[in-house]
Structures are given as C-alpha cells and as structure tokens.
Design a protein around this ligand. Sequence first.
Ligand SMILES: Cc1cc2nc3c(=O)[nH]c(=O)nc-3n(C[C@H](O)[C@H](O)[C@H](O)COP(=O)(O)O)c2cc1C
Length: 405
Amino acid sequence: MDNLSAPGAAPAAEAIPLFRPLRVRGLVLRNRIVISPMCMYSAPHSVATDFHLAHYSRFALGGAGLVIIEATAVVPEGRITHGDLGLWSDDQIEPLARVIAACQAQGAAVGVQLVHSGRKAARQRPWHGNGPMGEADAARGELSWPIASASAIPFGDGYLMPEALTLEGIGAVRQAFTAAAKRAVSAGADLVEIHAAHGFLLHSFMSPATNTREDAYNGDFDARHRFVVEVSEDLRDAIPDEMPLFVRISMHDAAEPARPFAETVKLAGLLGRHGVDVIDCSSGGIGGHSASTSGGATTLGFQLPDTAQIRNGSGMKTMAVGLITEPELANAAIEDGQTDLVAIGREALWDPNWPHHARAALGGPRYTDWPEQYGWWLARREPLLAKIMASSDRRAAPAIRSPQR
Ligand SMILES: Cc1cc2nc3c(=O)[nH]c(=O)nc-3n(C[C@H](O)[C@H](O)[C@H](O)COP(=O)(O)O)c2cc1C
C-alpha cells in the first residue's frame, strides 16, 4: 500500500509503543492490541457461521494485532449456552478455519480460547435472561444438561447443582482440552488460550470458595492449581513448539474465602514453568458477576495496576483487559511496562476500527495500515474534511464527522 501520511507529519509507526510488534515464540503480532474473547452465543450446533466470519473479520480489518475467538467449549456439557462455539468434533474445524483464515488474510493473528464452563454451564443466552434455563427456554427447544464442577456447590440460588468431577472425569476433561487444542491447530489458529478464569471449571478448582475436595486437587496452593497446570502441560505438548499458549486467569476471585493476590503472582510464574507464554489478566466470576464485565470498576483500565504486579512479580508476559477505552491509556500501559498486550472487548463492539483510530489519535500515520480499499479513499477525503470542519459552514455538513467520537 502507498504511504499516504503527510510527509514529516507523523512519527514512524514504531515510535508508538502500542504499535510496536511483539514476538511470542514463533509468532509476531503486528501491534499490542488484542480483541478480547467475547462469546456471541450465536453458533447453532456449536458450529461457526457466516455471522462469526463477518463479526471477527471486522476486527481484523480494524487493525487488531490479535483476535481471540470467543470461549469455545471442549465438550458439549462444557458450553455456557446452546449458542456457544465448540471444538469437540472434527466437523467443527472447517467452519472455524474459514473464520480464522479470513482474519489472517487481513493481517491479524488469531487465537482460540478453549473452555469448560463447569458449574456455569447450561445457562440462558444473556438476552434470554442470563440465568438458569427454564420453561421459556424449553419451549424454544433448549433444555438443560447435567453439569460438573470441582465440588457440588451451585453457582447461586436457582442454578443447577453440579456434580463434583471424579478423577476419571478430570482425566476426560484433560483429554478433551488436548483434542480441542489439536483441532484449533488444524483450523489454522496462531495460538490457543486456556480459559481458567470467570468461575469456569478450571477456576472452580483454583478457588477455595468452590473447591472443597478431599483429594489431590485440593489442599495447598499446588493442589488447587494442579488441574490448570496439567491442562497447560498437556496443551504445550499438543501444540507446536513455535505456537504461543495463553492462559486467562481471574486475578481476584471476588468471592469468599478469596485467594490472596500473592497466589496469583505465584501462579503466573508456575504456569510459565509449565509452557505458558502469556497470562491474560482478568478478574472475578466465581460468584455473582464477572468483575471484568460489570460492577466494581471505578476507573478506566482498572485492572492495569494488578496486571503490572503480575508482570513484574512473575516475569511473565501479560495481557491487560477491562475498560481500556482510550488510546492514550493503552499506549501508556505499554510504554510504562504495565503490560505487554492490551485487550479491548466492548470497546471493539462499539468501534471495530479502534486500532486504526487509536493510531491516528496517538499521532501515527493515518490510513497507511488501513485496508487499502478503505485507506485510499479516506486519505483523499481528509483535506476536504479538514476544510469543512475548519469553515463556518461545518453545520451545513452534519453527515461528516470526525473519526474520533
Ligand atoms: C459479549 C461479551 C462476551 C464475553 N465473552 C467472553 C469469553 O468468551 N471469554 C472470556 O474470557 N471473557 C469474555 N468476556 C469478557 C471480555 O473478554 C472482557 O474481559 C471484558 O468485557 C472486559 O473488557 P472490556 O471492558 O474491554 O469489555 C465477554 C465480554 C462480553 C462483553
């Protein structure tokens, strides 16, 4: 693509920390901006559709360095809802491969987040109530299924009682994660992320609020984290050496008794010694709402300080997430060494072009890294737009708006 920036007007791309490439194992990300995994609950039979193709492609066209595909169940009973993506069957590979290839063709790397949702499985889609399934769901043909967790403790009043996973069941889930990771590799994914946060199955073993087992998977720090370490080791063996492995954790449980934060820092280092490359630092979800999606937050980027403590305390690469909406905030987080990657979730739903807009807002070259099908036109619109915006006639052109909201 032509370099369309005005000569001398903008610093070189690498001058902006948020846009410095990052190498993790054999993968080089074009910048530090990640689209956080977000369930769309829109996959009939847990298979990716044209909706997923369009939805994820928007983020790749929008300039993200990495797009992480939503929580994808490793077994049917590990789905949150009837609309979750899955990778427990070879039939699910090709439709997902289409989505991944479309994003990669636009320069984004693609990760697949793998999950077993444990005691938070078998629920309504958010817009159907976001709670346990009931009569209205049954009328829609959507029935509950038996669920499992670390211990037989339900998520809340009215929710299904999970069975405590047996040792045999733990082995089966490990095998399912491994098989699903291999399918993600077959689908062309650039990396795999293990979902060990938000109260899902792996997190339920980690937290004393949900793990009351009396076997080798409870007791001290090592015992409570045995399952996530085992899955990490399994996946490190299952995926190519050059492929990064991410793990999303909840830095804080948001439940009592809570894991001390020092344990989270220790966990990050432990995972690093078992083949994990990046700690994706989220919070909550073990009871009530996830701190990352609602409640609690009083500042933008509210999880950045704890993410920085994990990064500095463990030496691991990190991904920060949670109300990172402002380009300056994201850029400073990278520049100040608070994190290696920043993830945007809802902000990307608001503006899939956020990375392109952020680059312009941070003084970078405008339009050079947009898809040329867009950039060529936008660059040539710029002088006209500037002239109109500067003139007293700007009110006569209400349909033309600045790229920044
Ligand atoms: C629609 C939606 C779906 C989500 N699904 C997932 C998911 O599949 N996996 C996950 O780890 N987090 C999920 N989250 C949490 C986001 O990844 C992110 O951590 C959270 O929204 C906070 O970031 P934000 O303030 O930029 O939105 C979801 C959030 C939203 C809004």
